[in-house]
Design a protein around this ligand. Sequence first.
Ligand SMILES: *[C@@H]1O[C@H](CO)[C@@H](O)[C@H](O)[C@H]1NC(C)=O
Ligand SMILES: *[C@@H]1O[C@H](CO)[C@@H](O)[C@H](O)[C@H]1NC(C)=O
Ligand SMILES: *[C@@H]1O[C@H](CO)[C@@H](O)[C@H](O)[C@H]1NC(C)=O
Ligand SMILES: *[C@@H]1O[C@H](CO)[C@@H](O)[C@H](O)[C@H]1NC(C)=O
Ligand SMILES: *[C@@H]1O[C@H](CO)[C@@H](O)[C@H](O)[C@H]1NC(C)=O
Ligand SMILES: *[C@@H]1O[C@H](CO)[C@@H](O)[C@H](O)[C@H]1NC(C)=O
Length: 420
Amino acid sequence: MAVFLFLFLFLLLCSAPRLGFCKSTIEPCNGSEACQALVGYTLYADLKVSEVAALFQVDSIALLAANAVDVSLSDVENRILPAGIFLRVPVVCACDDGIRKVISVRYRSRPGDTLASIAGAVYSGLVTADQIQEANGISDSGAVDAGESLLVPLPCSCFNSSDNSLPAVYMSYVVREGDTVAGIAAAYSTTISDIMNVNAMASPSVKPSDILAIPLPACISSFPRFSSDFGLIVANGSYAITASHCVQCSCGPGNLNLYCTPSPLAVSCSSMQCRNSNLMLGNVTSQPTSAGCNVTSCTYGGLVNGSIVTSLTTSLQPRCPGPREFPAFIPLPSALPHGSLLAPSPSPPHAGAADVIAPPKSSVPATVALPGGSPSNSGPAGSISGDQTAAAPPPTAASSPPLLLLAMLCLAVAPRAFIP
Ligand SMILES: *[C@@H]1O[C@H](CO)[C@@H](O)[C@H](O)[C@H]1NC(C)=O
Ligand SMILES: *[C@@H]1O[C@H](CO)[C@@H](O)[C@H](O)[C@H]1NC(C)=O
Ligand SMILES: *[C@@H]1O[C@H](CO)[C@@H](O)[C@H](O)[C@H]1NC(C)=O
Ligand SMILES: *[C@@H]1O[C@H](CO)[C@@H](O)[C@H](O)[C@H]1NC(C)=O
Ligand SMILES: *[C@@H]1O[C@H](CO)[C@@H](O)[C@H](O)[C@H]1NC(C)=O
Ligand SMILES: *[C@@H]1O[C@H](CO)[C@@H](O)[C@H](O)[C@H]1NC(C)=O
C-alpha cells in the first residue's frame, strides 16, 4: 500500500477532553466522488435498530445486513440492541473541502445534550466536540439548545476501495482503552504493517480515542456508473441490501466474489429472471463436460432507472462449483442480558472489534477485550506542529502522482489551550 500512497502530515484541532491529544487518519480527495465506507460504533444506550439507523440516517435493513443479521426476522427493525455492542454502520464517504468525511449525518439535539456528550457518548468518540462546533459554526462550546439539527462530520476513508491492490472497504475505528495495534490487526485479520501504512503511522502505537482506518477485505461490484447502486462494496462475512430492498448481496466466506440473490424481504420488485432463460438472479447451473465444467449463472448488474439488471453468463471452468456458501448470520441479542452473543460483556462495556461480524470470534472474549498495553505508549512519532485545522487544505508535501494521499493528524497539545 505504501508504494501507492504518498503520505503527508498535517494537523487537526482535536479535542479529546481527557487526553492530551488524539489523532485520526485524513484522506485528501478531489471532486465529488463518494464511496461506501463503514464506521465502527459502540452503542451508548439500549436502542432500537431503527433508532441506531436514525442516528446515522441509514436504512435499518442496510445497517443489519452490514452486521450479518438476518433481515428476514420478524419485526427486525424494532428489536432493541443492548448498550455496549459494537456495530458497523454503512455510510457514504464523501469529499468535503478536500477531505474525506461523512457529511450526511445530522443529529437533532435533545434537552441536556452538550457537544461533548453528543460527540463522546451518542457518537461514541467518532467525532469531537470541536469538530461538531466547527462544522456548525457554533460559538459556545457548552450546552446545545434542544431541537437543533447539527451536522455531525464523521471520519471515513475510501482509498480507492482497495488495499494492497485487493478490494477493501475501510472502517473508522475508535481506539479504546487497552487496544493495541497488534490486537486490532488480529481482530480484523490484517497486519500491523498494513494498519501502519494505511494510517501513515510512524510507530505501531495508539492511544484511546485515536481513530484508525481499518481495511476490511471486501467484494466489489462492477455495476455501470449510471446504476443507482454503483460502487456497491460488501465486507467479507456480511451482506448488503440494494435495489429498493429487492436484492441481497453477500460476500464470502469462500471467495470474494459478490453474490446477489432476490432479497428475503417481501417487497414488490421488477423481474429478477434472466432474459432467455428460466434462471433467477443468483441461480447457477453447471454441467460437467469433457473440457471442464460448463457453468451458467444469472447475475445482478445494478439498478438502472429503477430496473433490476440481470445478465446471463456462461463460462467453462476447471471444476464445477460446490454448493453456495453464505456468511453466517449473527443472532440479534435481546436487550435483557447485557452482552449476549454479540457482546460477550468485556468489563468496559464495549464489544470488540470484529465480534459482530465474525461469529467465531464472539465466543472468544480475548479477541473482544483486545489485550495489551495501553496508554503507556509514547506519543505518535513523526508528528509535526502547526496551526492547521480540519478545514485547512492539505499542505503540498507530496511530490509524486497524487493517487491516494493519506495524512495522519495529530495534536500534541492539550486541547484546553484552544478553548477560549
Ligand atoms: C473471509 O472471511 C472468512 C471467515 O468468515 C475467512 O475464512 C476468509 O479467510 C476471509 N477471506 C478473506 C480474503 O479475508
Ligand atoms: C433460483 O433462485 C431462486 C431464488 O433465489 C431459488 O428459489 C431457486 O431455488 C433457484 N433455483 C435453482 C435451480 O437454483
Ligand atoms: C453450456 O451450457 C449452456 C446452457 O446450459 C449451453 O447453451 C451451452 O451450449 C453450453 N456450452 C458448452 C460448451 O457445453
Ligand atoms: C433512464 O431513463 C431515461 C429517461 O427516462 C433515459 O433518458 C436514460 O437513457 C435511461 N438510462 C439508462 C441507463 O437506461
Ligand atoms: C485532482 O484533480 C486534478 C484535475 O482534475 C488531477 O490532476 C489530480 O491528479 C487530482 N488529484 C487527486 C489526488 O486525485
Ligand atoms: C483504483 O482501483 C481500480 C481497481 O479497483 C484500479 O483500476 C485503479 O487503477 C485504481 N486507481 C488508483 C488511482 O489507484
